[in-house]
Ligand binder design. Structure first.
Ligand SMILES: [Zn+2]
Length: 287
């Protein structure tokens, strides 16, 4: 594919995406155009493998974003500061997420002893400072990848400290309980881990399987089996009214896959309902 083709492909892909989204939900774009009320400010790395909205499984309108090389939070960077100010003081986001990532080129460069060139060395200076502040611990890590991951974590820790010292952030924490999180995205497995820095040491997100609801769509992980199984339990108990209500609730929330399969077998005979329950449960487990 030539360079030109890549751009044409991207435009064509956008066209297909816009058509799909509008077909899926005719109100999607008109609603987006009416304004934004994102709940999350994401501060991340510019790396092409870390597109925040995609890796969070969210939608346009859900995340306000600032990304730079190696997700460096510098108090004197007016670009980062302006984004934080607008997101926190004006959009009133509820969460500020600073997220580093594994295999970060900026982290590798800061660990190296050669000049990258141009303005890049200046930009990476705060990360170099993190390296020298933790030189012994980092040198003790023999594996290059593990060392780069560790400095990425230390960089997030340093960035969260800068965030917590920001006046706008401090006031929002005090006045309305703004939460600040320090995270690391593992490119090798696609998972985001909460490192526990910030307003409260929170539990990691590893293995999280809860239903995640966005304003425009929802992703159903394994937790999606719960509403389905509850539906079938209600049905089997003979409480069909509750079951049908729960099923309609599932349709509204687009969590119907397993339930539809189960209902396809649903009848007045209990034996076929048990079959439907087993089928629906297995279907949900497989997602
Ligand atoms: Zn990076």
């Amino acid at each position: 594919m030539s360079d030109d083709d890549h751009f044409l492909y991207a435009l064509s892909s956008n066209n297909a995406w816009a058509g799909y989204k509008a077909h899926q939900n005719p109100h999607f774009f008109p609603k987006l155009a009416s304004g934004q009320t994102p709940q999350i400010l994401w501060l991340g790395c510019s790396d092409s493998r870390c597109p925040e909205t995609t890796i969070l499984g969210l939608q346009p309108g859900d995340v306000f974003v600032h990304r730079n090389i190696a997700n460096i939070i510098s108090p004197t960077d007016i670009n980062t500061s302006a984004v934080i100010e607008y997101a926190v003081a004006h959009l009133k986001v509820k969460h500020v997420v600073l997220c580093g990532h594994t295999s970060c080129g900026g982290a590798a460069a800061a660990l190296g002893d050669t000049r990258v060139g141009g303005v890049l060395d200046t930009w990476l200076t705060p990360l170099k400072a993190v390296r020298y502040a933790n030189l012994e611990a980092l040198t003790a890590i023999k594996d290059d990848k593990a060392r780069a991951t560790r400095i990425a974590e230390l960089n997030v820790e340093a960035g969260v400290k800068v965030l917590m010292a920001n006046w706008t952030v401090q006031e929002a924490i005090k006045e309305r309980g703004l939460q600040v999180h320090g995270c690391l995205f593992d490119i090798g497995c696609g998972r985001i881990k909460d490192l526990g820095f910030g307003t409260k040491g929170s539990k990691g997100l590893d293995g999280q399987e809860d239903v995640v609801r966005g304003r425009h769509a929802q992703l159903v992980f394994r937790g999606g089996m719960r509403p389905c199984l509850l539906n079938d339990f209600l049905w089997l108990k003979g409480w069909s009214g509750f079951s049908i209500a729960w099923w309609l609730f599932g349709i509204v929330h687009r969590d119907v896959g397993g339930c539809l399969f189960a209902r396809a077998f649903g009848s007045k005979k209990r034996s076929t309902n048990w079959f439907g329950l087993a089928f629906g449960g297995l279907h949900c487990l497989g997602r």
